[in-house]
Write a protein that binds this ligand. Structure first.
Ligand code: ADP
Length: 396
């Protein structure tokens, strides 16, 4: 919405609000200028038609506020000259023209000439005899509508520029994200190779020389192996993270129950080993990437299984809210302390560390990336010691 400008502060910086006055005699012109000036407007005598046209041209970029012309000062040719002058500067076609007529009927030739000023609304006829009030209010109306036009034009221009800038920024961001993903992918892929060599030689050393290790060497060797396997998990995590969206597939009609089923197949062994109970409500069909949706379920359920110190009970459900499907994965796990929730969806952020809860801190970042790619949202609520509910919304 454009706010109505306060009186007096109305003039946009770009608008020249002078009224150019063209009258048959200097005396007439001065009278008009005085009347207009008394009402608080700035007015100027144009002198001649040529002078008027030149002043309009010079008052760049928007022209003067309005022109006030006494009809007797215009020959048909003079009017034509003005029309031509304005037509050469199309952006001035909205210049308000106030024409003081002698009263009576306007000749057809004159009417046609007047019409060619552009939108008929820009020409206002003021018939003689008129009162100063009539003139002043015609000028006010003309200036106000002109100001309004400029406000609207400025507003539209600003909006358009903002939209263009936004689109450019979005394209830049997308390009830089793609580059970063590619970099992460290549780097982690290439890091796997030397790490594989380190790991296999660690195994050979353990097998061949392990029995000769003293206690200290055994402990240190344990740290080295542990470090190598953690590094391997992280590299794999980064690779998985970079892979999401690397080969972008179009979304398709997907049964989310099937996507969940595939995730559960991969977690089958772990579910069995911790004696987890799963309660699954009916799940909808929607447009999604089934592989990514499955990965999303798998990461969330894997966390629900991991961050739990009693037999896990995991409830998976979905509900429709307006034009979204809200999925929830609720657990009865250890929960997340309230002060550590803000960064959880960032890569490598972990709350529970130590041997009991191993991980890389990439799972939830991957979930966020998958949800983002679908144009959705992800969040959670948690009570420490009671459990967490991870929710994600996908467009229905
Ligand atoms: P990872 O599981 O590899 O540690 P994630 O990115 O999946 O990494 O999770 C980040 C952190 O969020 C975890 O380290 C854990 O502290 C916390 N978290 C995630 N899911 C749960 C959950 N269901 N219950 C409690 N804490 C969780």
């Amino acid at each position: 919405m454009l706010a109505d400008p306060a009186p007096g502060a109305e003039a946009s910086a770009a608008v020249d609000e002078r009224i150019l006055v063209l009258a048959p005699t200097g005396q007439d012109a001065r009278l008009l200028v005085t009347a207009i000036g008394d009402a608080g407007f700035s007015a100027e005598v144009a002198g001649s038609m040529a002078n008027l046209a030149a002043t309009i041209v010079a008052a760049a970029p928007n022209g003067p506020g309005a022109v006030l012309i006494a009809e007797e000062s215009l020959s048909d040719a003079g009017l034509g000259e003005l029309v031509v002058g304005l037509a050469q500067q199309p952006q001035w076609s909205d210049l308000p023209v106030l024409l003081i007529t002698g009263g009576g009927v306007i000749s057809p030739a004159r009417a046609r000439a007047l019409e060619s000023f552009g939108p008929a609304g820009t020409v206002t006829l003021i018939e003689r005899p008129f009162r100063a009030m009539t003139l002043v209010s015609a000028i006010s109306v003309a200036l106000r509508s002109r100001r309004r036009q400029y406000q609207v034009r400025d507003y539209v221009t600003r909006e358009r520029e903002a939209a263009v800038a936004l689109a450019r920024k979005a394209a830049e961001l997308e390009a830089s994200n793609a580059e970063l993903e590619q970099f992460a992918y290549v780097a982690s892929h290439d890091l796997q190779e030397p790490l594989r060599m380190i790991s296999s030689y660690l195994q050979i050393i353990a097998k061949r020389y392990g029995p000769q290790f003293d206690d200290k060497a055994t402990t240190y060797f344990g740290y080295v192996t542990d470090g190598a396997s953690r590094m391997s998990a992280m590299i794999k995590g980064i690779l998985d993270y970079a892979r999401v969206g690397n080969k972008r597939r179009p979304v398709e009609d997907t049964d989310s129950a099937d996507a969940l089923g595939n995730a559960l197949k991969n977690l089958d062994q772990r579910i069995g080993s911790v004696g987890a109970k799963l309660e699954i409500a009916p799940l909808p069909r929607l447009r999604a990437d089934p592989i990514l949706l499955s990965q999303l379920f798998q990461n969330l359920i894997s966390n629900a299984l991991k961050f739990c110190d009693r037999p896990p009970v995991i409830r998976i459900a979905a509900r429709r809210e307006e034009n979204e499907w809200i999925f929830t994965v609720a657990d009865n796990g250890i929960g997340i302390p309230a002060d550590s929730t803000h960064l959880l969806f960032r890569i490598f952020q972990r709350v529970h560390v130590g041997d009991k809860y191993r991980g890389t801190g990439i799972g939830l970042a991957t979930c966020k990336k998958i949800v983002d790619l679908h144009g959705g949202r992800i969040w959670f609520e948690s009570v420490e010691g009671e459990g967490s509910v991870f929710s994600f919304a996908l467009p229905a």
